[in-house]
Write a protein of this length. Structure first.
Length: 272
């Protein structure tokens, strides 16, 4: 599906609304609630910034495109009446947000019959917006608009590997799989949430390995990574839009090598 200019402009309005709701809370002493234990982690924080940003996005969609569906982390799902659905994570990286770090962003995706066709990673404090749509990816800032292109990486020994937090989100078997991969790459860095995918699209990261991702964590990053020439799948090479175990790479050669190492241990990594 080719996404038209009107829908792209509307997606930017959604990101603008989220940013306006979030910015007043960043690096302020705000209440942090715990949504309760979730897969792989005992602390699942949420703030007024998360809730108010999603409410702002939802209000715009309901008013302007009432037949579109909505799936959001904070307020659940409204079924689609036309095959289109907006998938929202208003603050992806709430742990970074509440510790005053910039490695978070608003994720906004548009799906057509379950397939992400537009994705935005928006960092409203830095003024950086990453858009993937119609086979291209761009970074937009106040200063410029840049066409994104991943970098070439022919082998793992030259790769930079990133993950958000393996101890919090990975099972023991998944950590072992990550260890096999980590032993082969040039450098590993932890932390980053959705901003890692922006860094890969910018050409500074070669591999991202994650687990326990939800649909709202990954739907928006898929068009950005693919539009920049990268590849994103699950650990078995299947489409990534359902979430779970995610492997993104700048180069198909290192993606293939990484996938082989991730699969080298127990067959069902999620069962340990």
């Amino acid at each position: 599906m080719a996404v038209g200019a009107e829908i792209i402009a509307f997606a930017h309005k959604l990101a603008d609304a989220a940013g306006a709701a979030i910015r007043p809370y960043f690096r302020r002493r705000i209440d942090v609630a715990d949504k309760g234990p979730s897969a792989g982690t005992a602390f699942d924080p949420v703030t007024a910034a998360d809730r108010e940003a999603e409410q702002a996005i939802r209000a715009l969609i309901e008013r302007t495109r009432p037949d579109d569906g909505i799936l959001g982390e904070e307020f659940g799902e409204k079924p689609s009446r036309n095959g289109r659905r907006w998938v929202l994570d208003p603050v992806d990286g709430t742990r970074a947000f509440i510790t005053g770090r910039h490695e978070w962003g608003s994720l906004i995706a548009l799906e057509e019959n379950g397939i992400p066709v537009l994705g935005i990673i928006d960092q409203p404090v830095l003024g950086e917006r990453f858009l993937g749509v119609n086979g291209e990816a761009h970074m937009l800032s106040q200063a410029e608009e840049v066409r994104l292109q991943v970098r070439s990486c022919s082998q793992l020994s030259g790769a930079v590997l990133c993950a958000t937090h393996p101890n919090a989100y990975f099972t023991a078997a998944e950590r072992a799989a990550l260890g096999r991969l980590e032993s082969k790459v040039r450098m590993t860095r932890f932390g980053g949430d959705c901003y890692l995918f922006a860094a890969l699209a910018l050409g500074f990261v070669d591999l991202i390995v994650e687990s326990c991702l939800k649909r709202w964590d990954v739907a928006a990053v898929i068009p950005v990574i693919e539009g920049a020439g990268g590849i994103i799948t699950d650990w078995q090479g299947h489409p990534a839009h359902e979430g779970g175990q995610i492997l993104a790479a700048s180069d198909r050669r290192v993606h293939r090598e990484a996938m082989e190492l991730l699969q080298a241990g127990p067959r069902d990594l999620s069962s340990s």
